[in-house]
Structures are given as C-alpha cells and as structure tokens.
Design a protein around this ligand. Structure first.
Ligand code: PMP
Ligand code: GLN
Length: 389
C-alpha cells in the first residue's frame, strides 16, 4: 500500500507545530511559533461577528469578497502608491501560506528552478517541492544577514524561472535595503524572472524604516506577485485571510491553483479584514511601536544573558548565536531548552540547506506580552554557566 507521495516525501511536521506541541507538553514559555498572545482590535472581531450574524456564511466568491479586494487595492495605493484593479489584480487566499503555495503551483513547472533566500520560511520548501520545482537558496549570513548580490547572481541559471523573495524576512528580521532591492530587481529583469514577494511583515518594521514593495521598482510591476496577510498586521494569525496582488496574468495563475485547493476563503472574516485595512495611521504606527518595545526588551534581555544578538529590522523575531554560552548546535539546544530553562525557541538549521550557516543560530519570537517576555528571560537565567564546556 502506498502511504506517501514523492511530492510530500521528507516534508515531515513543520517545526512550528512541533515546537508549539513541545511547549504545551512541557509547560514552557512559547517563544517558538510566531503568533501574538494578544488579539487584534475588538472592533474587527465585532465586524466578523456582525458578518456571521447577517448571514455571510456561505461560499465567498472564489477570488475573494469585493470589499476585501477593494480594501487591499486601497491599502496598496495608500501606503505605496500602487494602482490595482480590484477585480483582476487582487485575490484573497487562505493566509499567505496558501497564496505562496498556489502561486508556486500556478507558476512553476517540474524542473524549473526557484531562487529563494535562506534561511527560508519552511512552507517555501514544501511549496517548491510540491510544484516539482528545484530550490536554489541564497544564504543570508550571520551576523549581518545582508543580501550577497554575487551569490544571488550565481544562483540564477538558465533554468531559473521564479525568484521567491521575503522582506521583511523571517527568520532573520532583515529588511532589504533600497540598494539590495534594486539589485534583486536588476537580476529579475535581466533574466526575465517572475518574482513572488512575500511581504506579510510589511507593517512590522522598526527604527523608522520604511517597507518598499519590490513591485514598485523599475521593471518589476509586470513581473511581481505581491503577497500579504491580515494575520501579522492585525494580530489574527488564526483567521488565515491573506491576499496576492499584481498583474492580472499572475493573479490568475495563482487563483487557478487556489480554486482547487480551497476554492474560497473564510467568508465572514473577509469583510472584517477589509475594515481593519482601513484603520487610521495611528493603528499601524501604534502596533509597530509596541512591537518594537517588545523587540528591545527581548534583545536586551538575551544580550544580558550572554547571547550574541542580531537586533532585527522588522518581523516578530530576533536571532541569537548560542556559542558564547557554550552551545554549538541550535537544534539540540532548542530540543533541550524546555527542560533546561522552560522556554521554547526555534533553530535556524531547519530553514537551511547550508546546515553549517544555521547550526549555531536560534530564533526567538517577541510578539508576546511584556510579562511573558520577562518570565521567559527570567527562566533563561538558568542557562548561565550551565554548559560552558
Ligand atoms: N510567510 C512568512 C514569511 C511567514 O512568517 C508566515 C507566517 N507566519 C506566512 C508566510 C504565513 O502567513 P499566514 O499565516 O497568513 O498563512
Ligand atoms: N509564521 C509563523 C512563524 O514563523 C508560524 C506559522 C506556522 O506555524 N505555520 O513562526
């Protein structure tokens, strides 16, 4: 009897599910999986409840409810000056995860090479594999995690069709600079690549940085499918309402696959996220400011414990090198951390082809309440002097 397809071979269980289960089992503080421990705005929950009560409980249109598609188009115009036709150039998905998977299924043929930044978000590996593609990673290296443009150029071959970009970048927290984005755009244009740009952390950038969608660079609008999600921006990761926008041809390719994966996405949640997207500037800036405070709290705490810390430009995550504390292998470190210190974190290794590059690095989520981070840092005090060989 056949029990698994080649397409899914080796994909296992996602590290996030594994680590959250470990946290539950051991009672550890969960700084592993990236989800906030505070809900988004009550008014947005009210809008979802109102949509349910007013009977919006049957299938939404395949590409998404018109008001959410209009709200996404309005958001892209308001923040980035991008003009989109909400009927043909925007589609709603079941989270950014489905948008990425459907985009890969809709755009990649077996044997096509997909260039991707590593450490990579784990669903990229699965999506590329399930589409029959071949991944070509470009490593962002500790301690700066900057883009090596020569490495990017070297990764592109005559079989490369797609560049799967992620900025702000999970897990490193890197926000690509205008120069880096321009270099990516030049490579994409020169090699006539399609770009899938995962921008789920677009609003979570710190220290006055500005997120720049790569589709706004010269020559990129016609070749970029931009993906985002309501999960991170509005702290509703469990709602799984995402979207993709870009040229009608690319959106159509994604929707063609999406319609046979889920057909449509959560009907009553879509008008609620549409309302959320229209929030005042103060909502967006307030969310970022609060998250930046938590970033600083966690990074300062980890630094005081003796880790080498990379303070992230954006996202929910900070990365540390664990070697100053006498550890060498992030996977072993994370598996034993609940027992040693009652905390869960995520090893970078699982996001790497280049295992050596990721081995000593560990990712910590700071999208948590102040007291939760205080508790976690207190517990991590148990590591002091515990291993130094
Ligand atoms: N891309 C990246 C880089 C992410 O970090 C995440 C999620 N956490 C996703 C996509 C998935 O987003 P969603 O939950 O909307 O599917
Ligand atoms: N994106 C979240 C993270 O990086 C997790 C999402 C998931 O569990 N798939 O932690």
């Amino acid at each position: 009897m056949k029990t698994a397809s080649e397409r899914t071979r080796g994909l296992g269980t996602t590290v996030f599910a594994e680590m959250s289960a470990l946290a539950l089992r051991t009672g550890a503080v969960n700084l592993g999986q990236g989800f906030p421990d505070t809900d988004g705005p009550a008014s947005v929950v009210d809008a979802a409840v109102a949509a349910m009560r007013s009977g919006r409980n049957q299938y939404a249109p395949g590409p998404g409810t018109p008001e959410l598609r209009r709200a996404v188009a309005a958001h892209q115009r308001r923040f980035y000056g991008i003009d989109l036709d909400p009927d043909t150039e925007v589609a709603v998905t079941t989270g950014a995860t489905e948008a990425v998977a459907a985009a890969l299924l809709g755009l990649v043929d077996p044997g096509d090479e997909v260039v991707v930044l590593e450490p990579y978000y784990d669903s990229y590996v699965a999506g590329i594999q399930m589409a029959g593609g071949v991944r070509r990673p470009v490593t962002l290296r500790w301690p700066d995690f900057r883009l090596d443009v020569d490495a990017l150029r070297a990764a592109v071959t005559d079989r490369t069709r797609v560049l799967l970009l992620n900025t702000p970048h999970n897990p490193t927290g890197t926000v690509l600079t205008p120069d880096e984005l321009a270099a990516v755009a030049r490579v994409a244009v020169e090699h006539d690549l399609t770009v899938i740009s995962d921008e789920v952390y677009e609003h979570l950038v710190f220290d006055g940085r500005v997120h720049v969608p790569i589709c706004t660079l010269f020559g990129m609008a016609e070749r970029t499918l931009t993906i985002s999600s309501g999960g991170k921006t509005f702290s509703f990761t469990g709602w799984k309402i995402g979207w993709a926008s870009g040229p009608a041809t690319l959106v159509r390719a994604m929707v063609t696959a999406k319609q046979f994966l889920t057909f449509t996405s959560g009907a009553p949640l879509q008008p609620a996220i549409a309302e959320a997207l229209g929030a005042d500037d103060s909502f967006y800036t307030g969310t970022t400011r609060r998250l930046q405070d938590r970033r600083d709290q966690l990074c300062e705490g980890l630094d005081a414990l003796g880790f080498d810390v990379k303070v992230p430009d954006g996202t929910y995550f900070a990365t540390t090198d664990i070697r100053p504390l006498g550890f060498t292998d992030g996977l072993e470190f994370c598996l034993s951390l609940p027992e040693r210190a009652g905390v869960v974190a995520v090893p970078h290794q699982v996001f790497h082809d280049d295992q050596d590059a990721g081995r000593p690095l560990v990712r910590w989520a700071f999208c948590k309440r102040e007291e939760v981070l205080t508790e976690a840092l207190g517990r991590l005090g148990a590591l002091r002097g515990s291993v130094r060989p």
